[in-house]
Design a protein around this ligand. Structure first.
Ligand code: FES
Length: 149
């Protein structure tokens, strides 16, 4: 039997659209990963810091950075997405305080910003369009000064 899905469009910073089908219950972060869509933005500072970190830091720190993000535990803001239509934004559950706290740290915050790991596919969201901000800031690495060696 066919899994129930909704259609979701991701729009990157160049206006390039990617249409995907997302199973009900799956987060937009997970869906993006499964479809090789980079929410984090490869040219972002975060990416560069991660690259740097992976070259210079201990294994312990390396592990953290290699996760690229917190994988949905509301400890970063790399999964920041912008809901392009207010109509869809209003269909989402209100963000929890933890999500709002993380969103405050996101680069390019907008009125309809959400964290992709907290947006879960449900039938009413069929047709939702999500813009991927040009760059994101990962709170986990923000302010981090790599140690010289
Ligand atoms: Fe870290 Fe969404 S993946 S808050």
């Amino acid at each position: 039997e066919k899994e129930e899905t909704i259609s979701v469009t991701f729009v990157d910073k160049d206006g390039e659209e990617q249409h995907i089908e997302v199973p009900i219950g799956m987060s937009m972060l997970e869906a993006a990963h499964e479809n090789d869509i980079e929410l984090e933005g490869k040219d972002s500072d975060t990416y560069l810091i991660q690259r740097f970190a992976s070259l210079h830091l201990s294994n312990f720190v390396l592990l953290g950075f290699n996760e690229r993000a917190c994988e949905g535990s509301l400890a970063c803001s790399t999964c920041h997405v912008i809901v392009m239509d207010m109509e869809y934004y209003n269909k989402l559950e209100d963000p929890a305080d933890e999500e709002n706290d993380m969103l405050d740290l996101a680069f390019g915050l907008t009125e309809t910003s959400r964290l992709g790991c907290q947006v879960i596919a449900k039938p009413e969201l069929d047709g939702i369009r999500l813009a991927i901000p040009a760059a994101t800031r990962n709170f986990a690495v923000d302010g981090y000064v790599p140690k010289p060696h």
